[in-house]
Design a protein around this ligand. Structure first.
Ligand code: ADP
Ligand code: MG
Length: 323
């Protein structure tokens, strides 16, 4: 029996929404913000053939569609609360939908996000997630607060997601098991929600690294009217990345590869001890990679200097859909 639109929504996308006044099933959802909180909204769209292959694993896709949005919440220092999900599907494939919903809902539950609505239509495969989060009024992390003299920090390790693509294109030979470890970073990123919230009152600016370190730090510099100097040797990377770091393609993955969904943030020198404590508490690597400097008209927004102190030539300036 073919699955009707309403049966499909009922089976795969109707879950109890404890934190909502009204969830899936009516013309719209109703939520209530706590007193003293601001609401933070974000949306991200994933289109087959552009962001993922049409035959991609649906469970991973469900995870990733939500994860990229959660990562934006993390970068704002917000706690994600409610999500809506708009789906265009070429057909109502129950197995695909069950797997997609499983990946999506597992991550949603982990972060106590309620799916409260959405839209479902036939069409070329596309997934659009919206999230509403909350933050204590006036305390959101933004891109425009970096100041000259701030330290630049990043969470976790960078470049593995992009390195898996480099390897998949045959430009890099990996050991058995290595490719799988890298692909895990690409397909099931872990949004840094706990870190984002904990950085309120510590970081002066933050951004999530979706387009690559250089491009995303550039966004902070742009909005804060400053420039950044990053020391290549300090940029944290996995053991796999380290083994290949002599190659320009690996360096490009580390500095300019997207899809890591780590956070980059800036903070005053006086916060170093607080950030070290935070890293221990969250059991998450936080690494100081450079400094915010005054912007000069002639130099780049973000300069990466090598071990010899000389500026490196960084390939690719992040992904631009219309460039
Ligand atoms: P309307 O026609 O009023 O826009 P729909 O028939 O599209 O309503 O949707 C019925 C209900 O199911 C609504 O509450 C809507 O938010 C929800 N919904 C539809 N598609 C999804 C989806 N993919 N995920 C979660 N909720 C959905
Ligand atoms: Mg509708």
């Amino acid at each position: 029996m073919p699955l009707s639109e309403f049966e499909l929504i009922r089976r795969f996308f109707t879950h109890p929404a404890r934190s909502a006044v009204l969830g899936v099933g009516d013309d719209a959802a109703i939520v209530r913000a706590r007193r003293g909180r601001e609401l933070v909204l974000t949306t991200d769209m994933l289109v087959a053939g552009r962001h993922f292959r049409a035959d991609a694993d649906p469970e991973q896709l469900g995870h990733k569609a939500l994860a990229v949005n959660l990562s934006d919440m993390a970068a704002m220092g917000a706690t994600p609360r409610w999500a809506t999900l708009a789906l265009a599907l070429p057909r109502a494939d129950a197995r695909w939908l069950a797997a997609f919903s499983r990946g999506f809902m597992r991550l949603a539950r982990r972060h106590r996000v309620d799916l409260v609505g959405g839209d479902t239509t036939r069409g070329p495969l596309a997934i659009c997630v919206q999230i509403v989060g909350a933050v204590p009024a006036g305390q959101a992390l933004t891109r425009d607060g970096a100041r000259v003299g701030d330290d630049i920090w990043v969470s976790g390790t960078l470049g593995d997601a992009a390195l898996s693509l480099t390897a998949a294109r045959g430009r890099l030979a990996l050991k058995r098991g290595e490719q799988a470890r890298l692909e895990k970073r690409l397909h099931t990123p872990a949004p840094r929600i706990g870190l984002g919230a904990a950085l309120r009152g510590i970081a002066r600016s933050a951004v999530d690294i979706s387009d690559g370190l250089v491009a995303d730090l550039g966004h902070i510099c742009e909005r804060s009217r400053v420039a950044a100097v990053v020391e290549f040797e300090r940029v944290p990377c996995s053991a796999i990345m380290k083994r290949h770091l002599g190659r320009p393609s690996a360096q490009a993955a580390l500095l300019a590869g997207g899809d890591d969904y780590e956070l980059a943030f800036t903070a005053s020198r006086a916060r170093r001890e607080a950030i070290a404590r935070l890293a221990r508490r969250l059991r998450l690597k936080l690494t100081r990679i450079g400094k915010i400097v005054r912007r000069k008209r002639t130099s780049a927004l973000v300069t990466v200097v090598g071990a010899d102190g000389r500026p490196m030539n960084v390939r690719s300036a992040g992904f631009d859909h219309f460039a």
